[in-house]
Design a protein around this ligand. Structure first.
Ligand SMILES: [Zn+2]
Length: 396
């Protein structure tokens, strides 16, 4: 049967339409391919501008990761963060770790696409600003500044440094770090129920432009009253309601140990009762950290036992330099530095506290870390200088 003229025309139209669709499809694929190629070039350029691992960079990253592994598996009896790998001489563990983390993030970006990369330089890790907020202060007797020492021996030492030899006073410096959206407190002050003259932290924070609900993290060096009791407000609820709280697992376990009251002298039983009560209230919002971990990203937990069983210091980059939040490892601006072997009045394990103190002082002096001491004067920040076999605290 001969096809009609109408059906021939219809076939031509259908064939033409199919042809157009095929051409359009091919064109679309070509455009998509070009876009992918362009995106790949952009990613590569972006990664280069961030120093992402090139062949050489990947090798460096591998070495840095090795450093982190070595640093967290040292054989020192006490892990105080100074027994890092041999390849760096035990120095700059934190910096190596931070670079490795940043490198790993960038490597992740290379593998999984440009969405993991920051859009601009503004998204780089924010610089941290450190301020110390005074919770208050009080006077103590000279004899209590060093345990088991003749008060005359203490006075002689103080006199040799030109320091007052009668009543000693102490202050409570809460470190505040502001870094991007993070508002981090190290300890909480004594609150209003410990001794008169303390409990001024919230007023000090307000004066610095920080309201209690702005605080995102609270990190404890230890759970003595002058560091912990300010964690609850007058209604016995967390004083910083939107914060997560962080305490070392060793500190937590020690205060809740069944023999804690047998081990403590009777005049310090209130320390245990207070720690247990306050930590229990905080428990739902508290995380427990281990040595070498980062309770908050960029804040390295350095085990510093002796003052208490789970006392910790913290290394953090602040104001453009490495900083050591020392807690109560050094409690007196003269005695702790000239005689680091002398026990402080409240060290629970004097021998261990002396080992920790000397190691931290050595580290701070060698690596030029800025030290912030909770009980050191005038804001507590300064540097450690060697002075023969001893040390000197230089405010700054
Ligand atoms: Zn203290």
């Amino acid at each position: 049967m001969e096809p009609s003229e109408g059906s021939t025309l219809l076939d031509s139209v259908v064939i033409t339409l199919w042809g157009c669709l095929i051409v359009a499809g091919v064109t679309l694929e070509v455009i998509r391919g070009w876009q992918k190629l362009h995106l790949f070039r952009e990613q590569r350029q972006s990664l280069r501008s961030w120093g992402a691992p090139t062949r050489l960079g990947r090798e460096r990253l591998r070495v840095q990761r090795g450093n982190v592994a070595a640093a967290t598996h040292c054989d020192s009896k006490y892990d105080i963060g100074i027994c890092a790998d041999k390849s760096t001489g035990g120095k700059n563990m934190t910096l190596s770790r931070r670079r490795a983390v940043l490198g790993a993030t960038l490597l992740g970006g290379a593998l999984f696409g440009s969405r993991m990369l920051p859009d601009s330089a503004d998204a780089q890790p924010a610089s941290a600003r450190l301020t110390t907020i005074l919770d208050g202060g009080f006077s103590v007797s000279v004899a209590s500044t060093a345990a088991n020492r003749d008060p005359n021996q203490i006075r002689e030492l103080l006199q040799s440094a030109g320091h007052p030899t009668d009543l000693a006073s102490t202050v409570l410096n809460v470190s505040l770090i502001r870094r991007g959206s993070d508002v981090i407190l190290f300890d909480c002050g004594a609150g209003k129920n410990f001794v008169p003259g303390t409990g001024k932290l919230v007023d000090g924070l307000t004066a610095a432009g920080v309201e209690p609900e702005d605080v995102t993290h609270v990190v404890f060096t230890h759970a003595h009253p002058d560091h912990l009791w300010g964690a609850l407000d007058e209604f016995d609820t967390p004083a910083f309601p939107k914060a997560s709280y962080h305490v070392s697992a060793a500190e937590w376990d020690d205060w809740f140990a069944t023999d804690i009251y047998q081990r403590l002298p009777e005049d310090r039983h209130s320390f245990a009762a207070g720690a247990q009560r306050i930590l229990k209230v905080l428990e739902p919002v508290t995380k427990r950290f281990k040595p070498g971990s980062e309770p908050v990203p960029g804040v390295l937990a350095v085990a510093a036992p002796g003052h208490t069983a789970g006392h910790f210091a913290f290394e953090v980059m602040a104001d453009g330099g490495p900083t050591l939040i020392g807690g109560d490892a050094m409690t007196h601006p003269v005695i702790s530095f000239l005689r680091p072997d002398w026990a402080g009045g409240f060290d629970s394990d004097p021998a261990q506290a002396a080992i920790t103190r000397k190691a931290l002082l050595d580290r701070a002096a060698t690596d030029r870390l800025r030290l912030v001491g909770y009980h050191l004067p005038n804001g507590g920040a300064g540097y450690v200088e060697r002075r023969g076999a001893a040390y000197r605290f230089v405010q700054g």
